[in-house]
Design a protein around this ligand. Structure first.
Ligand code: MSP
Length: 674
């Protein structure tokens, strides 16, 4: 088994402030890095920032800043927000660094040399207002008429521009074989199936350069072209460890750590990492990562956190009320890794109080205080079997067995990225020890000199257990584990103690350090009240153009140009908007972006409506949801099904992710919007 471990996070866009979503991936990666270091591996942990592309150029222009200054400020914002968490990343990659640019160009060159990048014309339907090409599948095409821009409702122009193309179509079979031969390449399983069906549906070549974007890496030997931002961004995972450049150890360092053991991504960017990324690597003849793990999204108020929705969890508020360890613990424990989870401050307070303050913290503190009071701060060795009552002896052995068993279970689960289950092993063991202490009532034993051995066995067992817990949780709770470690009378770093070296009996005869509570209980009412005062209220979805986005374009999708086009109120009232409720939702065969709904608009019959949101919503979860429907749109056929209206959604971020519009209050089906 290799003794190195390479873990990466996505690199973060520098066009909005860091929020819990970004922090989350980094916390997971940091905990994994610490876990493997503690077990003796040489770990490389990479995170960083994605700094190129039209959106970033535009965000800088909107702020009136030179783009270099804009990106520097955001990089600093990310690094400052992350600093309190003590992340152990070995490097912070920035795509604007020279070594990265040089090495990304090298990757490109190799793909060219192997015949996988070619120059051609990019032909498509172009909207001058959006400054964007649309795919045929994204627009409504009526016979004999040019298609209309879904955002601006004006005819699109057929335009062609020169572009480099990546031969993605050549990789369909290789990718399918990769997924088949390596079931762990994409995790979790449900995500793997999604990607499989996408690739099975066929792959088109990908436009991988733009002439209209300047803020990016020039295409080698053709600087009028700028690399597609995902080619640039994805290559960071190898450029930052020495591929194609002499920085950071160059080729030997690259050989040592690549292929990565674990690439963590959010499920929203899974396709880039499991279709494009392996294809780019194969094209250049480079090995592929072992596992790409797609985690779920933190939702807030039932929706994915995003700047546009105004429902992001502010890291400053989080930092003010919770220790970094409590946040780390919550991130690994609360959300079943791979699935979505709703973030609430109430849940964070409850989890912290129940499992850290009242659970582990209380157990550690009361055991230490009793050792201080009854044994002068010197941990007694366990008495001999013959010196205590049989029942107590058996019970203590059972507790010991449960705690030592938890060590192996914790490792097995954590190693396979079942973080919450791993922690649960410890939580259950803490409960067992707690019950043992409560049942044996050492405070009563302490009053009877004849029970001195019994008292020693109870407290010795409890403190040996706490010692195990401190070592096991060190990757998750770096500060608190270290504090516990010192209170146990240990010197040195708990992070350096490999759990494989743990043995029962190591706590005995230690002189305790200074004792202090490690996880104070939070006053829920007070914390919640303070947060309410500080938090900006969650904004309803910002008004944004309606979309029926069927497919993300291959090239970066810029935000619509801000110039307003005015319409009169009469024009507006022509559009009939109504409240609808989703009754059924189904995927559309052979159209992996489309969902087919029946929607109750308060009419005699429900309507059938299709929407291109399958990649962003789990259809089963949409049943019952209230949406806004354009009720008087002329019916049209999509993939053989008639769509009798359109569902409104905001178009968010680079990829134009659809976010369904909805209501915070109860509204009857069919109610008209005006
Ligand atoms: N720059 C690209 C990634 C390029 S990697 C070669 C990008 N950046 S991002 O800043 O938009 O997002 C980075 C990561 O944060 C993604 O993995 C995304 O899933 C994650 N999160 C953003 N919001 C999130 C939540 N609400 N919850 C959990 N993670 C989320 O995409």
């Amino acid at each position: 088994m290799s003794n190195t471990f390479y873990v990466t996070t996505p690199i973060y866009y520098v066009n909005s402030n860091p929020h819990l979503g970004h922090l989350y991936t980094t916390i997971i990666a940091d905990s994994v890095a610490r876990f493997h270091r503690q077990r003796g591996k040489e770990v490389f942990f990479l995170t960083g920032t994605d700094e190129h592309g039209q959106n970033i150029e535009r965000a800088a222009a909107e702020r009136g800043l030179p783009v270099e200054e804009h990106v520097n400020r955001y990089v600093e914002a990310f690094q400052q927000a992350f600093a309190p968490y003590g992340f152990t990343n070995n490097h912070w990659v920035r795509t604007t660094h020279d070594y990265h640019k040089q090495a990304a160009q090298e990757l490109w060159r190799r793909a060219v040399a192997n015949g996988f990048i070619y120059k051609d014309k990019y032909e498509g339907w172009y909207c001058a207002n959006c400054n964007q090409f649309y795919l045929e599948s994204e627009v409504v095409i009526e016979a004999g008429k040019p298609p209309v821009c879904p955002t601006h409702d004006r005819p699109l122009d057929k335009l062609a521009e020169e572009s480099y193309f990546f031969k993605l179509s050549a990789f369909q079979d290789k990718l399918l074989k990769l997924y088949e031969d390596n079931p762990n390449f994409i995790r979790p399983e449900a995500r793997r199936n999604e990607v499989l069906s996408f690739v099975n549906g066929g792959l088109n070549d990908l436009s991988v350069s733009r002439t209209s974007v300047k803020w990016g890496i020039p295409v080698p030997d053709d600087p009028a072209h700028t690399m597609y931002v995902w080619f640039d961004a994805l290559s960071n995972y190898i450029t930052a460890i020495g591929f194609g450049n002499e920085q950071y150890g160059g080729e030997p360092h690259y050989q040592k750590f690549w292929p990565a053991n674990l690439q963590l991504v959010g499920k929203d960017i899974l396709r880039f990492h499991t279709v494009y990324w392996p294809a780019f690597l194969l094209a250049a003849g480079e090995p592929l990562p072992q596992t790409v793990f797609a985690h779920g999204m933190w939702l807030s108020g039932g929706r994915k956190m995003s700047k546009t929705l105004g429902n992001v969890i502010d890291l400053a508020v989080l930092r003010k009320h919770f220790t970094t360890d409590a946040v780390r613990y919550f991130c690994l424990r609360e959300m079943s890794f791979g699935q979505d989870g709703d973030f609430t401050y109430e849940a964070l307070v409850d989890r912290t109080n129940a499992e850290l303050a009242k659970g582990l913290g209380n157990q550690c503190n009361r055991t230490l205080v009793m050792l201080q009071n009854y044994f002068g701060g010197q941990v007694p060795a366990a008495p001999l079997e013959a010196d205590v009552e049989e029942e107590l002896w058996i019970r203590a052995q059972a507790v010991r067995a449960i705690v030592t068993h938890a060590v192996g279970e914790f490792d097995l689960n954590f190693n396979s990225y079942y973080f919450s289950d791993a922690i649960e092993e410890v939580v259950n063991a803490v409960r067992t020890v707690d019950k043992f202490i409560s049942d044996k009532e050492p405070w009563k034993l302490a009053k009877n000199p004849e029970q001195r051995n019994a008292l020693a066995l109870v407290l010795n067992t409890a403190i040996e257990a706490v010692r195990h817990f401190a070592v096991l949780l060190a990757p998750v709770l770096p500060n608190s584990s270290q504090a516990m470690w010192q209170q146990l009378g240990e010197t040195g770093e708990v992070a350096a103690v490999n759990p494989a070296t743990l043995a029962w009996g190591q706590a005995a005869n230690k002189t305790l350090g200074e004792i202090a509570p490690i996880f104070p209980t939070l006053d829920k009412g007070k914390v919640m009240e303070e947060i309410k005062q500080e938090e900006a209220p969650i904004q309803p979805a910002a008004a944004a153009p309606a979309v029926v986005a069927e497919a993300a374009p291959a090239v970066e999708a810029p935000a619509p140009v801000a110039e307003p086009t005015y319409i009169g109120i009469d024009d507006f009232t022509k559009v009939e908007l109504r409240v609808g409720q989703i009754l059924t939702a189904d995927p559309v065969p052979k159209a992996d972006k489309l969902l087919r709904f029946t929607i109750d608009l308060g009419e005699a019959e429900p309507r059938q409506i299709l929407a291109g949101i399958a990649q962003y919503y789990e259809y089963e979860k949409l049943i019952g949801r209230k949406v806004i429907v354009v009720a008087n749109l002329a019916p049209r056929k999509l993939r053989g099904f008639e769509s009798q209206g359109m569902i409104l959604a905001a178009s968010v971020g680079d990829e134009g992710k659809p976010v369904l519009a909805g209501f915070l209050e109860e509204v009857p089906n069919g109610a008209k919007l005006r």
